[in-house]
Design a protein around this ligand. Structure first.
Ligand SMILES: [Zn+2]
Length: 56
């Protein structure tokens, strides 16, 4: 399997598995990748929740 963040191949017996609330599982080669990916998702969610500025 591959790291969900950096897409590096994870050797068997290493890495982290993270199960989302919606049931999907993500794999990370290192704790750092896990943290970065979760932070990234959080930022995306914050951006989505912001009301869109009136562009048009
Ligand atoms: Zn990784």
């Amino acid at each position: 399997m591959k790291c969900s963040y950096c897409l590096k191949e994870i050797e068997r017996g290493t890495g982290f598995a993270f199960v989302n609330r919606n049931g999907t599982t993500r794999y990370y080669c290192t704790n750092r990748c896990k943290k970065l990916n979760l932070d990234y998702n959080r930022k995306l969610r914050i951006r989505e929740n912001k009301p869109t500025a009136a562009k048009a």
